[in-house]
Design a protein around this ligand. Structure first.
Ligand SMILES: [Cu+2]
Length: 505
């Protein structure tokens, strides 16, 4: 069994172009099993944490996801309605609730303005809105606008705690290109649990005038897809204390927009899906069940330099991708689904197409601006910020340190571009993938181990998956001032202190 899973994981890593697998079988080292055992024991002795090591989320014990039985209609988060006659435009409330995932039981969950997840907040490019955020939980929380380039005071980082029963008004200016962003809580040491219980929502930046050729009818041909995996206890509850893994809580139950066993009826031939990996720790590789290609049009922070035709995309926690699927050529009788890397159907489709004419050609859409992704000058800038990610479980660090809210780790001038080099330092057991996220900026990936990034990553990004041993260079510019977090987006690593602060002045 163990060998089979290893083989599958190996295959997946090869498919996503990984050159440094984190399995125990590193060819260059050729360690005997005995030596590895000894190393493992030494580490355990070092950290006096023998029991905990058993729960280390290494790459050979990730539980497979259960395939969707396709018996529930996929939930589409409602659009958040603008308030009229208030001194704010939108109202977002973090609250407790209950959700019926399974027959005969009800699960305690968290949600924004509801029982689970939250409504989609749509801002127009250039628009400024006031959002009243309110905490009706029985614990402190924050409201973080992931990917939005707002001043540090509005960002909702861990220093911006809102106590139970309290509220505040934040000002959000959507001064950046159209993109699929999201919002979630960010209280220090509590983020993983609050997201696990259901706090997350989509945040779109729309074009100021609708001239786009891209499908953009919300919930019809433009569909948000929040992929999450969950573990439930025997009472079908999300008992985080009991279920959590300090290396990232990974479950076998797949939820899409909070729906268990979802299916989606497709009524338009050309569909746009805005995919968010909303998991605490799991990486997903998405494919179509029939092996067909689709087109990726956007990454975290907006449209790609050019659309990319592909048959799979890999997203680590917090990353987004927008894709177009052309259903017009598909046979209505052939079952089709979005699957994971093991072929499990996560979202089956029913086709109900009246017409099969795709009027727009995806290649000709919205890509008038074909400027170079990175100028020669940008590529030749030298590294001025070095970040080293290291460790696992509760021993995770950045540059050898754990998060300290009273310490500023880096300083950078507003509007000035700098090159950050992020190095994921392997450990005795190989190391882990870490998805690295920076608040308050949309950066560009300059290189991965000296190589140009994949075309799927030639767009604005706020999170980047970094494999053990890998060095990734980022071109980072902060358009606003304030104190911002940078951290691993495995939420348990973040809570365990794999986070630093940059002050933008
Ligand atoms: Cu991490």
């Amino acid at each position: 069994m163990r060998r089979t899973i290893l083989a599958v994981v190996g295959l997946v890593l090869i498919l996503v172009g990984c050159t440094n697998t984190a399995t125990e079988q590193q060819p260059e080292e050729q360690n005997t099993e005995q030596e590895q055992m000894q190393q493992k024991e030494d580490m355990e002795m070092d950290h006096g944490n023998m029991e905990g090591m058993e729960a280390h989320m290494d790459h050979d014990n990730i539980p497979p996801l259960q395939a969707s039985e396709g018996i529930q209609k996929l939930a589409i988060p409602p659009l958040l309605e603008k308030q009229k006659g208030s001194d704010f435009d939108y109202d977002v409330v973090a609250q407790e609730g209950a959700t019926k995932f399974f027959d005969g039981s009800s699960t305690k969950t968290y949600g924004y303005n509801g029982n689970l997840l939250g409504p989609t907040l749509r801002l127009k490019e250039g628009e400024t809105v006031k959002v009243k955020v309110r905490n009706e939980l029985n614990e402190p929380t924050t409201f973080h606008w992931h990917g939005l380039e707002v001043p540090g005071t509005e960002d909702g980082g861990p220093s911006d705690l809102i106590q139970p029963g309290e509220s505040k008004i934040v000002t959000l200016k959507a001064d950046q290109p159209t993109a699929t962003l999201w919002y979630h809580p960010h209280p220090h040491e509590r983020t993983a649990e609050q997201v696990f219980k259901g706090l997350a929502g989509m945040l779109y930046i729309d074009e100021s005038d609708v001239t786009t050729d891209l499908p953009n009818t919300y919930g019809v041909d433009d569909i948000p897809l929040i992929f999450q995996d969950r573990l439930f206890d025997k009472n079908q509850q999300l008992d985080y204390e009991a279920l959590m893994n300090s290396d990232g809580t990974i479950g076998d139950i797949s939820l899409v927009n909070g729906t268990l066993n979802p299916k989606l009826t497709v009524t338009e031939p050309l569909m746009r899906f805005r995919i968010l990996n909303g998991a605490n720790a799991r990486n997903y590789t998405f494919r179509l069940s029939n092996g067909a290609t689709f087109v990726q049009i956007a990454s975290d922070g907006g449209l790609l330099q050019e659309p990319v035709e592909t048959d799979e995309i890999t997203l680590s926690p917090s990353e987004r991708a927008e894709i177009l699927i052309d259903f017009s050529a598909l046979d209505s009788n052939e079952p089709i689904a979005i699957t994971d890397e093991e072929g499990n159907a996560l979202l089956p489709f029913d086709l109900d197409l009246d017409n099969r004419d795709v009027t727009e050609e995806t290649e000709s859409m919205s890509w008038e601006d074909n400027t170079t992704f990175l100028t020669e000058e940008e590529k030749s800038l030298s590294v001025t910020k070095e970040i080293e990610l290291y460790g696992m479980m509760d021993m995770v660090t950045i540059n050898g340190k754990k998060f300290d809210p009273g310490r500023i780790d880096l300083r950078q001038e507003q509007g000035v571009s700098e090159v950050w080099e992020i190095y994921n330092k392997p450990d005795e057991m190989g190391g882990m993938n870490h998805p690295f996220h920076i608040h308050g900026t949309q950066f560009k990936i300059i290189s991965r181990d000296g190589e140009e990034p994949d075309p799927k990553e030639q767009g604005l990004k706020d999170s980047v998956l970094i494999e053990p041993g890998e060095r990734v260079r980022l071109l980072v510019t902060f358009p606003e001032e304030g104190i911002y977090m940078y951290h691993c987006h495995i939420l348990e690593h973040e809570d365990n202190g794999m986070m630093g602060q940059v002050e933008v002045y």
